[in-house]
Design a protein around this ligand. Structure first.
Ligand SMILES: C[S@@+](CC[C@H](N)C(=O)[O-])C[C@H]1O[C@@H](n2cnc3c(N)ncnc32)[C@H](O)[C@@H]1O
Ligand SMILES: [Zn+2]
Length: 363
């Protein structure tokens, strides 16, 4: 069995133990994130789905985390993580049990929790709240992106209790559905949720959420959830926060019927301060730096306009998104690119202002 080197970790995966080298970029980002959290030592860290233990080893050796617990319900993964932790001289409490069993039997509460299961994290989120406390930071991955992005609408309604989008906004709405789910589970335990970083890349979504204890905080987060209506004809969207908001099913721009989606998180997705701290910590060339810079510059508000989709619906030939962005700026309207679609713009402008910027010569 060959050794795999990643960051300062040197590990062996072993038969049937999960390790995906393609997730390095995301693990690097998580290491940067944990470093940027700059938790007072000894911060306690739990990897609920440790597999080889690679994350724990990297957080210990690269971010100085000392008080580590790793669990995995798979026997071979448990054996592999124990060997790897010891070969890397990382002290940790390694356990062979499920998240559910652990969360229901321990009295410990952690500062940082990593949850990276196969597919959906949904069956584990409730249990993770039981081992959280004020200030806990959760790092949660979902790889059931086809479900969150609306390829399987029924599965999303069943798993997350939300109606997903299946259009150009689906990646962002997928992240927002995941955050709605997390914030609702957090609120049951009287935690408010604050997303510090949210990424959609390749086949995964990953969110980094800080919990704050208090009934007021929990309610404030619940009020950040709501519904989005989308017009399939002119690509307009409207947002309504609240559990039972008034929806406007008629498009204010073209009067066609809009389709409601959600519930989903309509609050902020990022902490610019956190992204700034992470960027300051980048020393060596880092594959994810481009994404971090994109997120740092991006307007943090729900949804965007895909310029190719809009020119298509206007029966026009293509226009460069950058040209549209510059015209909006000249009109005094803020607009930025977005991580969710390289040909789209997030803007404080309305759909009719974006249309005006797409075809400036039409009155
Ligand atoms: C995708 S892998 C984790 C990969 C790892 N985080 C990494 O970066 O290499 C998911 C792991 O979660 C474990 N797992 C799945 N469900 C679990 C549960 N309910 N409790 C504990 N471990 C679980 C699996 O055995 C598997 O080793
Ligand atoms: Zn419309």
């Amino acid at each position: 069995m060959d050794s795999i080197k990643e960051g300062k970790a040197s590990i062996k995966a072993g038969n049937g133990v999960f390790f995906n080298p393609k997730m390095k970029k995301l693990r690097d980002m998580s290491v940067l994130f944990v470093k940027a959290l700059n938790k007072k030592q000894p911060a306690s860290f739990l990897d609920c789905t440790a597999a080889t233990g690679v994350r724990a080893i990297r957080y210990a050796k690269e971010a100085g985390i000392r008080n580590i617990t790793t669990i995995d319900m798979n026997k071979d993964a448990y054996k592999s993580m124990r060997k790897n932790l010891s070969a890397n001289n990382v002290k940790a409490k390694a356990l062979n049990m499920s998240i559910q069993e652990y969360a229901n039997t321990t009295a410990e509460k952690f500062d940082i929790i990593d949850l990276d299961p196969f597919g959906t994290p949904s069956p584990h989120v409730f249990d993770v709240m039981k081992i959280s406390k004020d200030g806990t930071v959760l790092m949660i991955t979902a790889t059931d992106t086809a479900v969150l992005c609306g390829a399987h609408e029924a599965a999303c309604m069943k798993t997350y209790g939300s109606k997903p989008m299946h259009n150009e906004l689906c990646k962002e709405s997928g992240i927002r559905i995941l955050l709605n789910f997390i914030s609702r589970n957090a609120a049951v335990f009287n935690f408010g949720s604050e997303p510090l970083l949210s990424i959609s890349d390749m086949h995964y979504m990953r969110v980094f959420v800080r919990l704050s204890a208090g009934a007021k905080e929990a309610l404030a987060s619940i009020k950040e959830n709501g519904f989005a209506c989308f017009c399939g004809s002119c690509r307009n969207f409207s947002l309504s926060k609240g559990i039972a908001p008034k929806l406007s099913p008629k498009c204010a721009n073209c009067s066609k019927a809009m389709e409601p989606y959600g519930p989903m998180w309509l609050g902020k997705l990022q902490s610019k301060e956190m992204i700034g701290k992470m960027l300051k910590l980048v020393n060596d060339p880092y594959e994810g730096e481009k994404e971090l810079r994109m997120m740092q510059g991006e307007l943090d508000m729900p949804f965007f306009y895909s310029i190719p989709r809009m020119t298509k619906s206007l029966h026009m030939s293509s226009v460069s998104p950058e040209a549209v962005r510059m015209r909006l700026e000249k009109m005094g309207i803020a607009a930025t690119r977005t991580q969710f679609d390289k040909d789209a713009l997030k803007t404080t402008g309305t759909v009719s202002e974006v249309i005006k910027a797409i075809r400036p010569n039409r009155v």
